[in-house]
Design a protein around this ligand. Structure first.
Ligand SMILES: Cc1ncc(COP(=O)(O)O)c(C=O)c1O
Length: 386
């Protein structure tokens, strides 16, 4: 494509209601987000446990920077692997009940790196609504990607039939729908077919389960049923980075073979220190999860009374599907004018015709903020209370 091609492509993106614009946002001490010069309540971040701004994380980051400096200076395999990284890996492995864990710089890179290392040129079978990084992982690995209908266990079984050493991958909590994958049944099917099962629990870890062990804690599945677990640290953990957890051999193999692990600078050790503090808080402060569950109940009850079109999600991701791109943008603008930031999610992030307001709840929200959001949603979508 030449430069004039870019301009006409940008025009087409705009005409389809798909143009993306970044807002410059800044969190204030009172928890409100200043976006485009206006203080609003954020109902769209993934900081579910309200840890990103916690003073204890900030202090740990500062201590870490004092001890290690700002940057790690190199990749893990050269000389960038600090005691902070190493301790965090051991603590994460213990938290998720796996033999070992391996830090990656982002969840996107973790998914790319694991799939490319394990699929080589084999078959990768994925839920149709998996996160882009899982789908891209298979495509970029040059693997044969087969997708099954969302949450369809029989669909996974039929696509695994006749394969050998295939890799099956699913989100634990689906990032744009908020529902949970039928993990126990998927694990049975994968085991029967001799396939690896990989679960990306970016939106479940820290949030779901009594201990915060995520979708696998809810389903009671361990390392033998789900040999590959991916977690991200930029969501409920309020920090940055990601990890893969599994057997000692799996982690050792990824250290040897995963290109997105080897060929990138290790994340700053100070960030690893901040994450160690956040992991301790995720474990100790169960009240954050309990508060979130209470907020989810409140939101869903209120939305049902207003006849808002909710999805079947029991997690803090509570999308309200609007349908058209322009309609979703208009509803999001309307909410913003009423003091709420809820970004419109449009294709290709969601299927065509499925544009939505992806409402996310976090432990800092008050009952009053949720009640006012519901009123604003009803007004934006033209609903009246029964
Ligand atoms: C399910 C899922 N996996 C992976 C990622 C990527 O993680 P990261 O933001 O750390 O790259 C995200 C979102 O960002 C996600 O929603």
């Amino acid at each position: 494509m030449n430069l004039s091609g870019l301009a006409s492509s940008l025009r087409e993106i705009g005409q389809a209601g798909l143009y993306r614009r970044r807002r410059v946002t800044e969190r204030r001490a009172d928890g409100l987000l200043v976006a485009d010069g206006r203080a609003v309540v954020d109902f769209c971040s993934n900081d579910y446990l309200d840890l990103a701004g916690d003073p204890r994380l900030v202090a740990a980051l500062q201590r870490g920077a004092g001890q290690y400096g700002v940057g790690s200076g190199a990749s893990h395999l050269i000389c960038g692997h600090s005691p902070a990284h190493h301790a965090l890996e051991e603590e994460l492995a213990d938290f998720v009940g796996r033999e070992r864990a391996l830090l990656f710089s982002t969840g996107y890179m973790a998914n790319l790196g694991v799939i490319a290392a394990l699929a080589l040129d084999g078959v990768v079978v994925e839920d149709r609504l998996n996160h882009a990084s899982l789908l891209d992982g298979a495509r970029l690995a040059g693997a044969r990607l087969k997708r099954y209908p969302h949450g369809d266990v029989a669909g996974l079984a039929s696509r695994l039939a006749g394969t050998e050493d295939a890799l099956a991958a699913t989100d634990g909590v689906f990032s744009m729908d908020g529902d949970v994958a039928p993990l126990a049944a998927l694990a049975d099917v994968a085991r029967a077919a001799g396939a690896w099962l990989m679960v990306d629990d970016a939106h479940g870890l820290g949030v779901l389960g009594k201990r915060g062990g995520g979708t696998l804690e809810l389903a009671g599945l361990g390392q033998s049923e789900v040999p590959i677990l991916v977690g991200t640290l930029g969501k409920a953990f309020g920090s940055f980075g990601a990890f893969v957890a599994g057997s000692a051999d799996l982690i050792d193999y990824l250290i040897q073979k995963s290109r997105t692990y080897a060929y990138t600078t290790a994340l700053p050790p100070a960030v690893a220190e901040a994450t160690r503090t956040s992991l301790a808080l995720v474990r100790e402060e169960a009240w954050r999860r309990e508060r979130l569950a209470e907020l989810v109940r409140r939101f869903r009850d209120g939305a049902a009374a207003l006849e808002l079109p909710l999805m079947t999600s029991g997690t803090p991701i509570q999308p309200v599907v609007v349908g058209g791109n322009e309609a979703a943008l208009a509803a999001s603008r309307n909410l913003f004018e009423q003091g709420f930031l809820v970004t419109a999610i449009r294709p290709p992030t969601v299927p065509a015709g499925g544009a939505r307001l992806r409402v996310t709840l976090n432990a800092s929200h008050t009952d009053d903020q949720v009640a006012r959001l519901l009123e604003a949603l009803a007004a934006s979508l033209g609903r009246r209370e029964r």
